[in-house]
Design a protein around this ligand. Structure first.
Ligand SMILES: [Zn+2]
Ligand SMILES: [Zn+2]
Ligand SMILES: [Zn+2]
Length: 244
């Protein structure tokens, strides 16, 4: 049995110099103070944060935004909590919708049985070690020709769509691609599939975060997207089938 795991979707905040504009000063999204020197921005998001909030406030494990102390015990910001899919039935419906959508739009097909399992502790459920500062969202486990997608319960709707599509892409790879391909290719393709689903389900913000990630997932995604712009979807599929 092997598992492929998607780490938390929150990319690290990137420090940038604020423009010293007196006429149009920037305000910190969290403390609402005018930002004097440096501002911090999460790649893909439009809000600005001051140095104090960036450094001292706890960060939401789903979107990476700095949070107020009141939200901190949950480790999830109010915005992400409001979007949480808490009903397992609703999560299952979304699984089938995402699967149908990927079949229709990307012509992906799965001949194996793939079941969905929701858990409150993903590392424990799949037998991996959790990393601090990250939240593992989903994993694809394979045993022979049976697959299981394990997902963290109560994910925000957009992150649930993203993670379902990502893990369904790994399920497709397990059936259609040689195992020699590198992590950059595997995760890049899975993120490319996830981006298509986010676009199809009108999740603009989650798509912007995905596109701007600075880690291996972001690099892999942009590599596949470049391949698509040069050689089309056919080029992407033939490359991953060959096991680049
Ligand atoms: Zn993955
Ligand atoms: Zn602030
Ligand atoms: Zn959040």
């Amino acid at each position: 049995m092997f598992g492929l795991v998607l780490a938390a979707a929150s990319g690290p905040s990137v420090a940038q110099e604020a423009e010293a504009s007196q006429a149009n000063p920037l305000r910190c999204e969290l403390c609402k103070q005018i930002i004097k020197k440096h501002y911090y921005k999460i790649p893909g998001l439009s809000e600005f944060y001051c140095e104090t909030c960036h450094q001292a406030a706890p960060k939401c494990l789903f979107c990476g935004r700095p949070m107020s102390g009141a939200q901190a015990p949950e480790k999830v910001c109010a915005r992400c909590r409001a979007k949480a899919v808490t009903s397992p039935e609703e999560a299952r419906q979304l699984y089938h919708q995402v699967r149908d959508w990927l079949e229709g739009d990307l012509n992906l097909a799965w001949s194996w049985t793939i079941s969905l399992r929701l858990t409150s502790d993903l590392p424990e459920a799949v037998g991996i070690e959790g990393k601090s500062g990250f939240r593992e969202l989903g994993a694809f486990l394979r045993e022979g020709e049976t697959g299981t997608i394990v997902l963290l319960e109560a994910l925000p709707r957009d992150l649930l769509i993203e993670t379902l599509a990502h893990e369904l892409a790994h399920a497709w790879q397990a059936e259609n691609c040689p195992p020699k391909s590198t992590l950059l290719w595997k995760e890049g393709f899975a993120q490319w599939v996830a981006a298509k689903a986010l676009d199809g389900f009108n999740c603009e913000e989650a798509l912007a975060i995905l596109e701007h990630r600075q880690d291996l997932y972001g690099k892999g995604y942009r590599m596949i997207r470049e391949l698509e712009s040069k050689h089309g979807r056919e080029g992407v599929f033939s490359a991953v089938r060959e096991g680049r």
